[in-house]
Design a binder for this molecule. Structure first.
Ligand code: HEM
Length: 514
């Protein structure tokens, strides 16, 4: 038997002993939360599919109701599929539900407990969150209009010149905007920094996936000595590599600051407050790095979902074009000043975030104390997962929920040009999560999505791609990636400039640095 098989056999034996001796017995303190039958030893651990878990959660909600309990390797897990329950528990009772499950591999070793997204609700978390708030609160975000407009213009130019490189073009847009805000510089064209952060995000998504590392299912395996725990050295090695990237980036900022280049960016602001905030250089590097990684993948995914919706629902594309053409001719690139005049486009952007949330499975929260809700007992340490996908498919709240239909968000007030402001983009759907862990980048993300989508609509016809024989290639929204975030996979689409004048306007906008 090799050392991995031995370790596996040992782990199974230990989990059985743990389960029998240490796992909490079922509670008599409240009603039993419904859920599927489970195995007496491993619970539901092996029933939950690794891929597109949110679809399984949706199926459970149809069978057992909006609050479902699962037992995953001894841990109690509650899946919420109705937004009202999530708003009550994770929102109004957020004092109790704002922690995160503690991951040994990704939290302790891969992130040295410095990645905000994985931190429990502790003092370090509050300090990090306050720093994010400074940079990403609505008032600060309204100062980024010019940057968002110039980055989205660059997106149009990239799509025009490299139409077959769509995924990279969208990734670049998501990344370069956040990069600029974080490091006060333009993302290099050599792709080095983008590739580095993409690799970090890819590893992170893989390493946080349920079941990716046995030690996160059985945390006591962390007591094993290094020679029996080869994963520990692997995670530490990845940390060292990621840390090198993030440290290099903030060191570059520091050099520019030392050379008295007036810099306004997240890193510079943190350097100025480093002592007051009691941040080590490593912490500072990670704090900024996490903003860069969190903003890169999600924004690009939303744009790709938008393009897919336009292919699947050409009538909505036609209506958006009609609205845009009535406000902006081919010589006028739409900008934030036009937001109030474009209610249909506004509703369309919100519908993208509902129809295809970039983080469909939701991020798990953890309870810090026992609680009773609707008669159900929720034990301290329960992992509570708000399944955004199921919430967005709730027929009572969103009739005909599987259909992409911007009309559902088009209120009479909006038709009159009211309620068309940036913060409204984040309302009416749950794509940014809940309570004290709600996405701190939501205002920036929603505005970036708006400007990118509206400008792509203005500039291009969005059509299904064709194969070599001229047949339309089918587009399937179920063909998507699985992880904390999700985006279309194998998605081919054709973006065709709407006119030569549109192209000329983009080119002259670029030369004028608009
Ligand atoms: C379309 C784009 C985006 C989407 C859909 C999105 C969605 C989310 C969601 C669902 C969460 C988890 C909330 C919860 O736990 O309930 C989250 C957390 C987070 N997001 Fe975003 N996000 C986006 C863009 C951004 C951007 C641009 C940034 C930063 C510049 C950012 C930074 C973060 C951070 C740091 C967290 C962790 C917060 C915590 O654990 O307290 N996100 N996001």
């Amino acid at each position: 038997m090799d050392s991995y098989s031995l370790l596996f056999a040992l782990s199974i034996t230990l989990v059985i002993i743990y389960w029998l001796l240490a796992a909490p017995s079922s509670s008599s303190k409240g009603l039993k939360i419904p859920g599927p039958p489970s195995h007496p030893i491993v619970g539901h651990t092996f029933q939950v599919p690794q891929l597109k878990t949110w679809r399984y959660f949706e199926k459970l909600s149809h069978e057992y109701g909006p609050i479902v309990k699962l037992k995953l390797a001894g841990d109690e897990t509650v899946i919420l599929s109705d937004a009202a329950d999530a708003e009550e528990l994770l929102g109004r009772r957020s004092h109790n539900y704002s922690s995160r499950p503690q991951l040994v591999y990704a939290g302790k070793y891969l992130s040295k407990n410095m990645r905000m997204v994985l931190l429990p609700y502790n003092e370090r978390f509050k300090k990090y969150r306050a720093a994010f708030h400074q940079m990403l609160q609505p008032r600060a975000v309204s100062g980024y209009n010019q940057l968002e407009e110039s980055e989205s213009l660059r997106l149009l130019a990239d799509v025009s010149s490299k139409p077959d490189d769509l995924v990279n073009n969208c990734d670049r847009f998501g990344a370069s905007l956040v990069f600029n805000l974080c490091y006060g510089a333009t993302l290099n064209d050599d792709g080095k920094d983008l590739t580095a952060v993409q690799e970090i995000v890819e590893n992170f998504i893989h390493d946080t996936y349920p079941g990716a590392h046995l030690v996160d299912t059985l945390p006591f395996l962390d007591r094993l000595p290094d020679f029996l725990a080869p994963w520990r050295a692997e995670a530490k090695q990845k940390f060292a590599k990621d840390s090198q990237t993030y440290t290099r980036l903030i060191n570059e900022v520091k050099s520019r600051m030392d050379a008295n280049v007036g810099l306004e960016c997240f890193s510079a602001r943190l350097y100025d407050q480093q002592e007051k905030m009691n941040l080590s250089n490593e912490e500072l590097a990670y704090l900024v790095g996490v903003a860069f990684e969190a903003g890169t993948e999600t924004t690009a995914s939303s744009i790709l979902w938008f393009l897919m919706a336009m292919v699947l629902y050409p009538e909505t594309l036609r209506r958006a074009h009609q609205e845009l053409d009535s406000i902006c001719d081919a010589k006028t690139i739409p900008g934030f000043v036009h937001m109030e005049q474009l209610p249909y486009c506004f509703a369309l952007v919100k519908e993208v975030m509902r129809w295809a949330p970039a983080a469909p499975g939701g991020f798990p929260h953890t309870s810090d104390g026992d609680d009773v809700y609707k008669g159900y007992f929720i034990r301290k340490g329960t992992m509570v997962i708000p399944c955004i996908w199921s919430m967005h498919r709730n027929e009572a709240q969103y009739p005909n929920a599987y259909k992409f239909d911007p009309e559902r968000f088009l209120t009479p007030e909006m038709r009159e040009g009211e309620e068309l402001n940036e913060s409204e983009l984040t309302q009416g759907h749950y794509g940014f999560g809940f309570g004290r862990r709600k996405c701190p980048g939501q205002y920036l993300a929603a505005k970036s999505a708006w400007i990118a989508m509206v400008r792509l609509l203005w500039a291009f016809n969005i059509e299904p791609a064709k194969d070599a024989s001229g047949n339309t290639i089918k587009v399937d929204p179920d063909d998507c990636t699985s992880g904390i975030t999700s985006r279309p996979a194998n998605f081919l689409v054709k973006l065709i400039p709407r006119s030569e004048q549109h192209q000329e306007t983009i080119a002259s906008g670029l030369t004028q640095g608009r």
